[in-house]
Design a protein around this ligand. Structure first.
Ligand SMILES: C[S@@+](CC[C@H](N)C(=O)[O-])C[C@H]1O[C@@H](n2cnc3c(N)ncnc32)[C@H](O)[C@@H]1O
Length: 198
């Protein structure tokens, strides 16, 4: 429940709902991916879900993001559960250990730019889609990919359109695709696309 204009809203907001989906997918001992590490909030959340016996692989193209994430993990004493890659998420397949094939339980893409960082460095549809394709190859059946789509900036609107046409065309026998968002909010609020591998 959250407060909006003095009213208590029961519908889950976007970021809490993204976490609810990850909690459904990822359990202690699992492998998970944070495709856009940023300031490390999602990496830390995944590290808590996989526990001591699981592992998280996190990617970001910005050194600042990798350092911010490393610091957050160290402050919380979970750095051993995470491998950080200062690389684009579309290189994911060549970065993950070969024995991960078929065993990634969940992944998150929090798209857009690094909060507090350079707003010109943004995620792009072509690499986001390439990374999703790699993940669909190496995920477990029942694995969930959560995308939080920010489309209030010009490149975000382009990425949104590319992603929506890509996911709408995913064969139904390969994946279930969910679209979750508030329809009547101003200022292009973020929304979720979730893909569950069959
Ligand atoms: C909205 S932020 C992520 C927030 C983060 N999940 C958190 O919890 O703080 C988006 C991040 O995506 C990163 N990014 C942009 N293009 C990327 C790519 N091709 N591969 C990996 N990360 C990328 C940006 O550098 C930025 O840090």
């Amino acid at each position: 429940m959250f407060l909006l204009g003095g009213f208590q809203v029961k519908l889950d907001r976007i970021l809490p709902y993204a976490r609810i989906l990850l909690e459904k997918a990822v359990s202690p001992g699992d492998l998970a991916v944070d495709a856009t590490a940023g300031n490390g909030h999602d990496t830390l959340f995944l590290a808590s879900l996989v526990g001591e016996s699981g592992h998280v692989f996190a990617f970001d193209i910005q050194e600042q993001a990798i350092e911010n994430t490393r610091k957050r993990l160290q402050e919380n004493g979970v750095q051993e559960r995470v491998t950080l890659f200062h690389k684009s998420h579309d290189e994911l397949k060549s970065c993950l250990p070969a024995d991960c094939a078929g065993s990634i339980a969940g992944a998150i893409f929090n798209l857009g730019y690094l909060p507090g960082g350079d707003k010109h460095v943004v995620t792009k549809g072509h690499s986001t889609i390439a990374a999703i394709e790699h993940l669909l190859d190496c995920m477990a059946s029942g694995g969930i990919i959560v995308l939080v789509v920010y489309h209030g900036h010009p490149e975000g609107a382009v990425e949104r359109d590319e992603l929506l046409s890509y996911v709408k065309a995913l064969p139904q026998d390969k994946a279930h695709v969910l679209h979750y968002g508030f329809m009547n909010q101003v200022n292009s609020p973020p929304f979720i696309i979730a893909i569950e591998k069959r």
